[in-house]
Design a protein around this ligand. Structure first.
Ligand SMILES: Cc1cc2nc3c(=O)[nH]c(=O)nc-3n(C[C@H](O)[C@H](O)[C@H](O)COP(=O)(O)OP(=O)(O)OC[C@H]3O[C@@H](n4cnc5c(N)ncnc54)[C@H](O)[C@@H]3O)c2cc1C
Length: 446
C-alpha cells in the first residue's frame, strides 16, 4: 500500500504582478452562445484564441441560465429554412446525435429547438478543447488598457490571482458591453423602462398527459395570481417530451447593473420562481402535483447595457425588413420586449419576412479592434428584443471572428467589405431546408 503523504511546504505571496500574462490573436470576453461562436470560428480561421468568462463554467446563459430553447434559427411558416449555418450546424448535429434536440413548431409560425443544457454544456467544453482554444474561467474583467482607439490589453481577476491578456483583437460578448464600457467607449442603457429578466426553473416529475395549455396557465395566473403573490401573469413552459421535465419561464425580475442591487434581485427572482411553482402545484395538481424543482438557472438577463456602434438598429428597420450592404446575420423572430411587469410585447412577422443585422451594429463607433456580439450590440430596445435570441447570436459571434480576422491588426472600421460579404454569405443568403417535405412531420413536432 502507498504511504500517506504528509509533507507540506510554506508559501508566501511573492509579488503583486499578475499571476499570468497571456497573449493571443483574439481574446473573447464572454463564453455565452455569442462568445463561444466567436471563439470557435476564430479558431477555425487558424487564430490563437483565449475565451474568458466570469463564471466558473462555459456556455453563458444558454447553458447556465437554462434557456432550454434555440429561437430565431428558422424562417417563419410551416416549413422554415435555416437562417444560420456553420457553428449552428455543429451544435444542432451534435445535439441530434445525442438525441438531445427537439424541433418544435409553435402554431403556423416559429420553429424552435428544445435542447438539454447539460448536453450543450458538454458540446461547448469538448469543442473548445478540441479547437485548441485557451479557456479562462472564473475571470472577471477588472480593467482595460486603451491606446489610440485600440484595446491593447485586458486584465482579469480570478480566485487564483490576476491574469493579463494582450491581443490583436477583442470580442465583447459579455452581454453587458463590459469590455467596451470598461474601455471608456460610449454605451447605451434603456432611457426609461428597463427590460426584465427571468429566473428559469426546471421541474421534474410532471405528468405530461395532463399538461395545461400555456393559455390556460396564463388565464389562471391573471385570475388567481394575487393569492400567490405572482408578479408576472403569463406562463411559458418548455417540455422535453417523454422525460417528465419542464423548464418554466414565469417570472419578471429586474436586472440592475449595480452590484448590490443585482444580488438582491437575483435572490428575489428565486422567491418569485418558488411562488410560481407553488401556484402550478396547487392550481394544476394533475400535472404538477408531484413535481419537484430539479434546478434553478443562474439569473436570466435579457437587456442591460449595449455598445454605441456605427449603426443603431431600429425597430422600423426590422419591421420593414431593411437589407444592409454590411448584413452579417438575419432572423424573423418576433419582437419580444419584456418591458412591463405582468407580460411582454409579442409582435410576430409574416411567413416570408426576414430582418437583418448589419456589421455596423457590432462595431463600436470609436474603436479599431473590438467587435461586439450577442445581446450587447447597438439597437433600440424593441429591435434588440428580437435579434438577441440565440440563432442570430451564433451568426453575430461568427461575424465578429471574421471581421477581426480580416482586420489583422489594422482597423475593423476599414475591412474589405466584399471579403466580409463572402464570409457571411451563408448566414445572410442561403435558403437550406433542414428537412425534406416528406421528413417534416417526423422531424418537427407541432
Ligand atoms: C430568461 C430568458 C429566456 C430566454 N429565452 C430564450 C429562448 O427561449 N430562446 C432564445 O434563443 N433566446 C432566449 N433568450 C435570449 C438569449 O438567451 C440571450 O439573449 C442569449 O443567450 C445571449 O447570449 P450572449 O452570448 O450574448 O450573452 P450571455 O449568454 O449572457 O453571455 C455573456 C457571458 O459574459 C460573461 N461576462 C459578463 N460580464 C463579464 C465580465 N465583466 N468579465 C468576464 N465575463 C463576463 C458572463 O458570465 C456570461 O457568461 C432568453 C433570455 C432570457 C434571459
Amino acid at each position: 500500500m502507498a504511504s500517506l503523504s504528509t509533507a507540506t511546504r510554506i508559501v508566501h505571496r511573492e509579488s503583486v504582478e499578475p499571476t499570468r500574462r497571456l497573449k493571443a490573436d483574439i481574446c473573447v470576453v464572454g463564453a455565452g452562445i455569442a462568445g463561444m461562436s466567436a471563439a470557435l470560428q476564430a479558431a477555425k480561421l487558424g487564430r490563437k484564441v483565449i475565451l474568458v468568462d466570469s463564471q466558473a463554467a462555459l456556455g453563458g446563459q444558454a447553458v447556465n441560465s437554462i434557456i432550454a430553447t434555440f429561437c430565431g434559427l428558422f424562417s417563419n411558416g410551416t416549413h422554415g429554412y435555416q437562417f444560420t449555418y456553420g457553428i449552428a450546424d455543429d451544435i444542432l448535429n451534435y445535439l441530434e446525435s445525442q438525441d438531445q434536440a427537439i424541433f418544435y413548431r409553435h402554431g403556423p409560425n416559429t420553429t424552435v429547438v428544445y435542447y438539454d443544457e447539460v448536453a450543450l454544456g458538454r458540446w461547448v467544453e469538448q469543442s473548445v478543447l478540441q479547437a485548441g482554444i485557451q479557456p479562462l474561467m472564473g475571470a472577471i474583467l477588472s480593467d482595460v488598457e486603451v491606446v489610440d482607439g485600440r484595446v491593447n490589453r485586458a486584465n482579469f481577476m480570478t480566485r487564483y490571482g490576476a491574469v493579463s491578456i494582450e491581443a490583436e483583437g477583442f470580442v465583447d460578448a459579455s452581454g453587458d458591453a463590459a469590455l467596451v464600457y470598461q474601455a471608456g467607449f460610449p454605451c447605451r442603457e434603456p432611457a426609461e423602462k428597463g427590460v426584465f429578466g427571468t429566473q428559469m426553473v426546471v421541474l421534474e416529475n410532471i405528468n405530461e398527459d395532463h399538461q395545461p395549455t400555456k393559455q390556460l396557465i396564463s388565464e389562471r395566473m391573471k385570475e388567481r395570481g394575487d393569492a400567490y403573490g405572482l408578479r408576472r401573469r403569463e406562463g411559458l413552459g418548455f417540455t422535453i417530451p417523454g422525460r417528465g421535465i419542464v423548464a418554466m419561464n414565469m417570472t419578471h425580475v429586474e436586472t440592475p447593473l449595480d452590484p448590490v442591487e443585482a444580488s438582491i434581485k437575483a435572490l428575489e427572482g428565486k422567491e418569485q420562481a418558488s411562488r410560481a411553482v407553488d401556484f402550478l402545484k396547487r392550481e394544476f395538481p394533475e400535472c404538477f402535483g408531484q413535481a419537484r424543482i430539479r434546478a434553478f438557472g443562474l439569473p436570466g438577463i435579457r437587456q442591460t447595457r449595449w455598445i454605441v456602434g456605427r449603426h443603431h438598429l431600429t425597430v422600423d428597420e426590422l419591421t420593414s425588413g431593411h437589407f444592409f450592404d454590411d448584413a452579417i446575420a438575419r432572423t424573423a423572430w418576433p419582437i419580444e420586449l419584456h418591458d412591463h411587469d405582468d407580460g411582454h410585447h409579442w409582435i410576430t412577422f409574416d411567413e416570408d419576412h426576414v430582418h437583418y443585422i448589419p456589421l455596423g451594429s457590432l462595431v463600436p463607433a470609436e474603436c479599431h479592434n473590438v467587435v461586439a456580439a450577442g445581446r450587447c450590440i447597438d439597437a433600440d430596445s424593441a429591435a434588440l428584443s428580437s435579434v438577441r435570441v440565440m440563432g442570430p447570436c451564433i451568426a453575430m459571434g461568427m461575424a465578429a471572428a471574421y471581421a477581426l480576422d480580416l482586420a489583422r491588426g489594422g482597423s475593423v472600421q476599414n475591412i474589405d467589405v466584399a471579403a466580409m460579404r463572402e464570409r457571411v454569405k451563408d448566414n445572410v443568403e442561403q435558403h437550406h431546408y433542414r428537412w425534406s417535405e416528406a421528413d417534416l412531420a417526423k422531424k418537427v413536432l407541432a
